[in-house]
Design a protein around this ligand. Sequence first.
Ligand code: GRG
Length: 288
Amino acid sequence: MSNLNNENFLTEINTFLEQQVRGVGDSCQPLFDAIRYSLCDGGKRIRPLLFLTFYSFKKEDWRVAVPFASAIEMIHTASLIHDDMPCMDNDDLRRGKATLHCAMGESVAMVAGDALLNLAYETMLQAASDENALKAVQTIARSAGVYGVQGGQYLDTEVSSKDDALIFDTYQRKTAALIEASCVAAVQLAGGTAEEERAAQIYGKNIGLAFQIQDDLLDVFGNADVMGKATGNDEKCKKTTYLTLHGADAAKEKVCTLLKEAKDALDVFGLQSEILRVFADELSKREK
Ligand code: GRG
């Protein structure tokens, strides 16, 4: 995923995130330390990088978009903290180190995830100065809730028997929604056209679905050391996945089809979107 790793974008995102969760040295400093432990170290940052990439297609002043891009990373990390907990996937390893509940206890992990989610909205609302920004915040909020990540997690953990339609419903909400929102909200913030919003939506959705099927493949065939998290989790939790329903060859083929659809949507952004085509190609080869 090196091609999206614009060093300026990455530095600004990481610096901004550090600042937001530094804490003020009061009685709740340990809670900030817990949040920083999960947020500031190890993630690939693909959602905020997608956000800044789409935004910069439309506007040069990409630094004004950093709070929004970073807030998406906060939402994503909050979901990972909760996802790892014993009542959910019960994982010990995340981003190459002990999961937050293993390192600091379950109740700290619970509150840290909640606090990080809240901080994401506070951060966006503080930065929102016009109608475009409010539209973007709404898109992001919807993608994190029942129509997105939280609904997807519900389906993932509570509905064990799934057909193809329910698998795609789960993947769309749990994984694709926030990736899609990272693309769409960036175009909205930049005041893009309806056609550009639609293109970003198709790209994000297809990238997101492909990302989750690739995740299923990595959970079975990946290297835990490279990924920084355990493999075999789906088997452990007896999850039905696209891979268990259709097998590895069909899963790899589906990833390629989805990535092709993602790339085909990009024409409206012209030559500058080549970076997103390369990113799509790299996704099918990702090892972490
Ligand atoms: C608090 C928003 C919120 C939700 C609570 C627990 C839960 C409900 C949702 C979990 C959703 C979840 C973990 C989806 C998986 C998405 C996914 C593919 C994660 C891996 O993303 P990467 O590879 O991870 O981008 P890094 O570590 O690189 O950021």
